[in-house]
Design a protein around this ligand. Structure first.
Ligand SMILES: Cc1cc2nc3c(=O)[nH]c(=O)nc-3n(C[C@H](O)[C@H](O)[C@H](O)COP(=O)(O)O)c2cc1C
Length: 238
């Protein structure tokens, strides 16, 4: 055998083999459910969506998934961490709309979002309404937003948010009091009210974690019992 073989070719082959083994091992760790990485991207004006995003993160971590937060309004958050397997997007409703900062963030990451399992959650007060048509309104608004942004999430959920009277300015406090009165919500403007069902938030995180571990995030067929927590499969009526 030529001397060059031992000097150059053999070490190169050994290094190549070693490199492949490390790559396969890394792949096995991430794909085998030992560790997964999920990005939770959110926008929050008064903090409740952020609180929910943090709760999802904590829950996912307790289930062995590496989760991290990205505030879409923070320009430093334009790059996903490597090995991000799935994305959760969350935003609050204001005047029947999701924040434009979230909508504007999406096109910059469209390719990435389309190539990963995706879940979307919204936060608002309409879900608390006793009228089914009001609750349906959120779903319809979300559906329209998804059509506009071109997203196809595997899961969607609508969580109840909060009334942050003490943070609103004088005019907004009175408007929100008037709206709350009509909706049968609390009207004492000297305190804030949180309506989020944390069990439902955890169930949302559980569904994602279960599908992640079983690599079935994208099946879009898992039944989820509560009506504001659902696999996103069916187009909604407009
Ligand atoms: C000015 C204003 C408008 C709102 N409009 C809606 C709405 O159209 N639909 C809804 O479900 N909730 C609405 N809400 C309730 C918010 O979505 C809720 O307070 C939520 O917790 C806010 O999330 P954030 O704290 O992450 O900003 C509105 C709240 C305010 C203050």
């Amino acid at each position: 055998m030529p001397r060059d073989y031992f000097k150059f070719e053999l070490p190169a082959r050994v290094f190549g083999l070693l490199f492949e083994v490390i790559a396969l091992w890394k792949e096995a760790i991430f794909r085998g459910g030992i560790m997964k990485r999920v990005a939770i991207v959110y926008v929050s004006l008064h903090g409740q969506t952020e609180k929910i995003a943090r709760h999802i993160k904590t829950r996912l971590e307790s289930l062995g998934i590496d989760a991290y937060l990205m505030n879409a309004e923070d320009s430093r958050n334009e790059t996903f961490k490597s090995e991000t397997d799935a994305v959760i997007l969350g935003g609050p409703f204001y005047m029947q709309r999701l924040p434009s900062s979230l909508s504007e963030w999406i096109p910059r990451h469209q390719k990435f979002l389309r190539s990963r399992p995706l879940a979307v959650f919204t936060v608002g007060l309409n879900v608390l309404s006793k009228k089914p048509e009001d609750r349906k309104k959120d779903e319809i608004l979300l559906h329209k937003w998804l059509v506009k942004t071109g997203l196809h999430p595997d899961y969607t959920a609508s969580f109840a948010g909060s009334l942050d009277y003490t943070e609103y300015n004088w005019a907004l406090r009175h408007v929100m009091k008037w709206i709350s009165q009509r909706a049968g919500l609390q009207t004492n403007t000297h305190q804030d009210y949180e309506f989020t069902d944390w069990k439902m938030v955890e169930q949302f995180a559980n569904s994602i974690a279960n599908d992640e571990v079983q690599s079935q995030f994208s099946t879009r067929q898992r039944p989820v019992s509560q009506d504001s927590l659902r696999p996103h499969s069916q187009p909604l009526p407009t």
